[in-house]
Write a protein that binds this ligand. Structure first.
Ligand code: AMP
Ligand code: MG
Length: 328
């Protein structure tokens, strides 16, 4: 089976082609164009969607060229149908619907968050993990039970990615800022006390964001970055450890853009060691949003379902992953 996957939930427009044989998948190409707002600014949905419209033809052509295939070779096309920013989601859906209706290819709407998880499982080999999904749009702890992903903890306000990006923008970085904060944090080991807020198995980051902005305004930026990472990642680690004890899982897998952070991985690896649990982290190239996540999930869906009618190939901005039934 040969699939094309289209991602356009937020900052990234990406197309990827994957060949699936049995349970194995081979990524033939994964091409991305990322919308970069001006320094200090967040993603404006309409500006990002204009970026996606302008770049979609070149990204699609490049994806097919690198994979050495033509549209007529495709067995299916899948697109990220949510959750995400409405204007951005619609660009990917329009491209997918156009291909599907013109070339008569089956079309599959895919939940973006499930895309992160399924590609993570393909690339790491994790079989039945507790999943930590940490990205711009999500901060969730999940385990699979009775055909659905169940939430064992999540953020009560902003996500871990938003915490890093909003703080980063306040000190003059351009979004996404996680990588710059990680680099600056390496030059400090001086901890400034910041609010730590774990409620049950959920976390809350908004107080931490305000306090870190104040600490940065008064003191040293590297100390603020270091302390922000230590506090936020310790909160996540506490929730992970409790969920590991509760679920008895013997695998932890981290996925999402923030999974690229080495300090977060080091802390979670240590937590896994204490629980006799195997630790998996999605390869850095596939941590952030990309077409491969959507393509692979579409290919998995096609094992158990025909594509949807074009009239049902729409988008849902707030499509929670724990409402999706997984039958493959
Ligand atoms: P996604 O929404 O999955 O594409 O992930 C994007 C998020 O990942 C943004 O909030 C980035 O700031 C964050 N991110 C990317 N690289 C890193 C890193 N090295 N450390 C922390 N966060 C990161
Ligand atoms: Mg994402």
């Amino acid at each position: 089976m040969l699939g094309l996957g289209i991602e356009s939930t937020a900052h990234t427009f990406s197309c990827a082609a994957i060949e699936k044989r049995g349970r194995k998948g081979r990524i033939l190409s994964d091409v991305r164009k990322i919308f970069r707002p001006d320094k200090g600014k967040g993603i404006h949905p309409r500006e990002a969607s204009r970026h996606h419209v302008e770049n979609s033809p070149a990204v699609l052509s490049q994806c097919l060229k690198e994979a050495g295939i033509s549209i007529k070779d495709l067995d299916l096309v899948s697109y990220a149908a949510g959750p995400g920013l409405g204007p951005c989601l619609r660009v990917g859906a329009v491209v997918a619907r156009s291909l599907a209706s013109f070339y008569k290819i089956p079309i599959y709407p895919v939940n973006h968050a499930i895309g992160h998880i399924e590609l993570g499982k393909l690339l790491t080999g994790a079989a039945n993990p507790l999943v930590l999904l940490v990205s711009g749009g999500h901060t969730m702890l999940l385990a699979f039970l009775n055909r659905q992903w169940r939430v064992f903890g999540e953020t009560l306000d902003i996500t871990l990615g938003q915490l890093l990006d909003q703080f980063g923008r306040s000190i003059g970085f351009a979004s996404p800022c996680g990588k710059n904060i990680e680099a600056l944090a390496l030059s400090s080991s001086r901890y400034v006390a910041l609010p730590y807020s774990v409620k049950g198995n959920d976390v809350s980051f908004s107080g931490l964001l305000s306090a870190t902005k104040s600490a940065a305004a008064k003191g040293n930026l590297a100390d603020a970055c270091y302390s922000l990472q230590e506090t936020a990642f310790a909160m996540i680690s506490e929730a992970v450890e409790r969920a590991l004890s509760f679920t008895g899982k013997k695998e932890l897998m981290i996925v999402g853009g923030v999974a690229a952070n080495k300090r977060l991985s080091a802390m979670l690896k240590e937590a896994c060691r204490r629980h006799g649990c195997n630790f998996f982290v999605v390869p850095i190239r596939y941590a952030g949003d990309c077409g491969s996540q959507i393509c692979w999930t579409g290919l998995l869906e096609s094992q158990v379902k025909p594509g949807v009618p074009i009239k049902d190939a729409f988008v849902t901005q707030s499509w929670r992953l724990d409402s999706v039934r997984v039958d493959y």
